[in-house]
Design a protein around this ligand. Structure first.
Ligand code: HEC
Ligand code: HEC
Length: 323
C-alpha cells in the first residue's frame, strides 16, 4: 500500500524549513493519524460504527466524506477541511473548540435553530456549514461512529479531565473596542499565517489528487467553510486564532487576532442559502453574526467587523427586566 501523506510530507518539510517550524512539521507528519508513521486501512473494510472509525472520520474527513472520496455515494461535503482542522487533535486536545466533553452538553435547546438539538444535529450543523456539505443520516454508520467516538472522549475525560483542561486553558480573548482593521489584518496574515496557509489562503494540499485533504487547511475559497459556519463569526474566529494559531506558537495579542480573523473572514468563500431562518429569536443572535435579519438596526458591516461594544450594550439594555 502506498503512503498517501508521503508526497505532502516533503512539502511540509520545505515549507516548515522556510517558516522555521520544525516541531510543527514533526508533529504534523508523525504525531497524527494518517502520518507516514501510520498505515491507513481502506475505508471499505472499516464500515463498522466503531469509535476508531469515528476518530478517523474526524481526523481524515475528506478521505471518507470529501468531494474526491473513492465511493461517489459517500461524497457528503464540498469543502476539503477535516473536522480536526478546527477541532485540534481530532477533538481530543483541551482548550478552544475541544470536543473532549462535547457530548455531555446534548441534547439542548439551540439558539441557532430555536428547537431541541441532539449531538447528531450539532454534528450535522458542522457538516452543512463548516464542511459546506449535507447532513448525514442519523442512523448511518458514519454518524453513529462519530457519536461513539465523542462518547469515548467524554468517558476518558471524566475524572482526570478537569485538571488537565485547566492546565491548558488558553489566555482569554478581550474584544478590542474598535472596528477590526482589515489592512492590519492582511499584514498579520502575510507575516504569521501565509507560510502555512498560503499567500492566497488556499492552504497546502497533502497530495496532488486532494483525496487526502490539506496539510495546512484553506482559510477561504472553494475548499473552505461557508458563510454560515461558526468560524465565519469574527469573535469566534479571533478566540480560536488567539488560543491556537500560529499552530505550535500561538502568541498573537487580542488586536492582532481580531484583525487577522476579520481579514480571512472578509475574503470570498462558499455561500449557504437560508441563513435568514437562523436564530428565530433574534435577541439570541450572536452580535458577530455577519448576516441579517437582526433585532437591532446596526449595519451589517458592524455585525461583521465591529465595533461590538455598542451592539452588546444595546442588547444588555433591551434585556433589562421591566420595572
Ligand atoms: C471551520 C471550522 C470547523 C470545522 C471544520 C468543524 N467544526 Fe465543529 N465547530 C466549529 C465551531 C466554531 C463550533 C462552535 C460553534 C459556536 O460557538 O457556535 C463547533 C462546534 C462543534 C460541536 C459542538 C461542541 C460543543 O461543545 O457544543 C461539535 C460536536 C462539532 N463541532 C463537531 C464537528 C464535526 C464532527 C466536524 C466534522 C464533520 C466539525 N465539527 C467540523 C468549527 C468547526
Ligand atoms: C505552522 C503552520 C501554521 C501557521 C503559521 C498557522 N497555521 Fe492555522 N492551521 C495550521 C494547521 C496544520 C491547521 C489544522 C489543524 C491541524 O491539522 O492540526 C490550522 C488551522 C487553522 C484554522 C481552522 C481551519 C481552517 O482552515 O479554517 C484557522 C482559522 C487558522 N488555522 C488560522 C490561522 C491564522 C489566522 C494564522 C496566522 C495568525 C495561522 N493559522 C497560522 C497550521 C498553521
Amino acid at each position: 500500500m502506498t503512503q498517501p501523506f508521503a508526497p505532502g510530507a516533503n512539502r511540509i518539510w520545505a515549507i516548515c524549513a522556510v517558516a522555521g517550524c520544525v516541531t510543527v512539521a514533526l508533529t504534523l507528519m508523525f504525531g497524527r493519524p494518517g502520518g507516514p508513521g501510520e498505515k491507513i486501512p481502506s475505508p471499505a473494510i472499516e464500515a463498522g460504527a466503531t469509535e476508531e472509525y469515528g476518530r478517523r472520520l474526524i481526523a481524515q474527513t475528506p478521505e471518507y466524506l470529501g468531494p474526491d472520496a473513492a465511493d461517489p455515494k459517500m461524497r457528503r461535503m464540498n469543502s476539503r477541511l477535516a473536522c480536526a482542522s478546527c477541532h485540534l487533535g481530532a477533538g481530543a486536545d483541551p482548550g478552544n473548540l475541544s470536543l473532549a466533553t462535547a457530548i455531555t452538553r446534548y441534547p439542548r435547546i439551540s439558539p441557532r435553530s430555536g428547537g431541541k438539538e441532539t449531538i447528531e444535529d450539532r454534528i450535522n450543523g458542522c457538516m452543512m456549514r463548516s464542511m459546506n456539505g449535507q447532513a448525514l443520516a442519523e442512523q448511518s454508520p458514519e454518524m453513529s461512529a462519530m457519536v461513539a467516538y465523542l462518547r469515548f472522549l467524554a468517558d476518558q475525560d471524566a475524572g482526570t479531565g478537569a485538571t488537565r483542561k485547566k492546565a491548558h486553558e488558553p489566555p482569554a480573548f478581550r474584544t478590542p473596542e474598535r472596528a477590526a482593521d482589515l489592512k492590519h489584518g492582511a499584514e498579520v496574515f502575510a507575516l504569521r499565517c501565509a507560510a502555512c496557509h498560503g499567500k492566497e489562503g488556499a492552504g497546502l494540499a497533502a497530495a496532488k489528487d486532494l483525496v487526502h485533504g490539506f496539510v495546512f487547511p484553506p482559510l477561504w475559497g472553494p475548499n473552505s467553510f461557508n458563510d454560515g459556519a461558526g468560524m465565519h463569526r469574527v469573535l469566534t474566529a479571533a478566540r480560536f486564532v488567539k488560543a491556537r494559531m500560529p499552530l505550535g506558537n500561538a502568541d498573537l495579542d487580542d488586536a492582532d487576532a481580531f484583525d487577522v480573523a476579520a481579514y480571512f473572514n472578509s475574503r470570498p468563500r462558499p455561500h449557504i442559502d437560508g441563513l435568514e431562518r437562523d436564530y428565530p429569536d433574534r435577541r439570541k443572535k450572536p452580535v458577530d453574526t455577519g448576516y441579517g435579519p437582526y433585532a437591532d438596526s446596526f449595519p451589517l458591516e458592524q455585525h461583521s467587523f465591529g465595533p461590538f461594544a455598542p451592539i452588546e450594550a444595546f442588547y444588555r439594555a433591551a434585556n433589562q427586566p421591566a420595572r
